[in-house]
Each structure stands twice: as structure tokens, then as C-alpha cells.
Design a protein around this ligand. Sequence first.
Ligand code: 23J
Ligand code: MN
Length: 263
Amino acid sequence: MAAGNVLAQLGAMIASGGIEVVDCSGSLGPDTPLLKLPPDFARDTPPIKIHRISEYDKDGPFWAWNWLELGEHSGTHFDAPHHWITGKDYADGYTDTLDVQRLVAPVNVLDFSKECAADPDFLLTIGHVKAWEAKHGAIGKGEWVVLRSDWDRFADDEAKFLNANETGPHTPGPTAEVVQYLIDKGIVGWGSQCIGTDAGQAGGMNPPFPAHNLLHKNNCFGLASLANLSKLPPKGAILIAAPLKIKNGTGSPIRALALVPKA
Ligand code: 23J
Ligand code: MN
């Protein structure tokens, strides 16, 4: 089929609701959970603030608008390759220089929500992914891969979302081996429903923070704090995850949208 016909059909299906647009972002505000780094690092991302400029008042009689104070890596957000030292030299590794063709791609939704509920330190292994592929089909080049942990059910409670104790945060994520396995398949990026792309205990892995280290070393993207993955099929949806075009940006909050065929 010619590409124009495919797109015309897609447009008609979106307009009729035969293809649903699922919101894979959480809301962004002062109560959105934010990453807390171990105390040996001096600076965390600052609290999110939404400042009113005017709302039909003396500062603007007919209009309402706000200005924002927030880190690039806040809420549902995008990690660009330049975010990590291993990806620092990619000219196309910033939010304003990356290849937008890679932001719209088929998404593989790996549902390990039961395992994550049973063990908050659940780590996805190559064995898990191969078993998933045997059941649902191979993960292909140019695709997104996201771990469905259903962690978004904690997004209105930062303490539960971060799940930290005296031994640090306890949230699920990938092993280093699985990240490399997916990179070798040519994925565009990896996404998580937790605060970052890595597991809570990933600082102690080899290499430390393997999702960050390996994804960005290979010019791949990361997505964090994704929502509503329970509304996506294992395969067959298209994910659109586009950061703001921040000059020399290392990431950005996103409105992640999935195109999903209606059941
Ligand atoms: C900075 C340092 C460590 C980490 C992170 C940021 C993230 O998770 C992030 O938002 O990219 S682990
Ligand atoms: Mn980030």
C-alpha cells in the first residue's frame, strides 16, 4: 500500500475513534514525584513551581497564563543522550538536535506488573525478554521498549513512588545485560514507569545506572514516569514521545501519546 493511503486511513481511524489516543503522561505540578539522589551528590532537581502571571485580573484583564520553574528531568520525561557522560559527544544527542524520525515508533509493552508488585526490586533479565518475545513476537529495530510495572498507581504519593528506605530506593528496572540486548536489536529507546529509566538500586550495578550508561552511550533515548501502560497492547501501538526543543537540552517533560487500535 502506498504510504499516502496508509496515512489517509490512519487519519480516518483517528478521527472516527477506531484508533484511540492514550495519554501516557502523568500530571506535572508541585506534587509530582522527583528524583532524590544520594547525599554525596550536592544538587537534586529543584521542586516544580507553577507561577501565575495573570488570570483575568489587574496583571492581565482578559488572559490567564503561568510561568514555570522546573528541571528538565521532571515528571513524565525524556532523557536525551547528552544527559549521560557516555553520550556526551553525540552532535545529535541534545533535545534540539536529535533525529525526530526516531520519536514516533512502534512500542513493545513488557508487562511484568505482577512481578513488580510482588518484588519492588524486580530486575528484568534477558530470559524474561526472550520469553516475552516467544509469546508476543520479536522486538524490532527502530522500536520503543517499555517496562509495564503499573508504578503510576503511586504517582500521587512521592514516598510510595520512590519507595526508599535506609538502603535507598526500591523500584524495578532492567539489568545491564537486558539493556545491551535491546540496544543490539536497534531499539530507539527504553521507558519505565518509575522515577528514572534505571532500577532504584542501579547505582550499585556494573556499570552504575546501566540503562543511562548504555542507552546514551549508543545514542538511544530514555523515558521515565510513563503512565497508563495498562491501556496498551503488548504489541501494535505506536508511541509518540517528543521532548521540548530546548537548546542544548539534556531532556524535557513530555506529553507521551500512544496510538492504540480500539479493542
Ligand atoms: C541524574 C542522575 C542520576 C539519575 C538521573 C538523573 C535520572 O534518573 C534521570 O532523570 O535521568 S538516575
Ligand atoms: Mn531523566
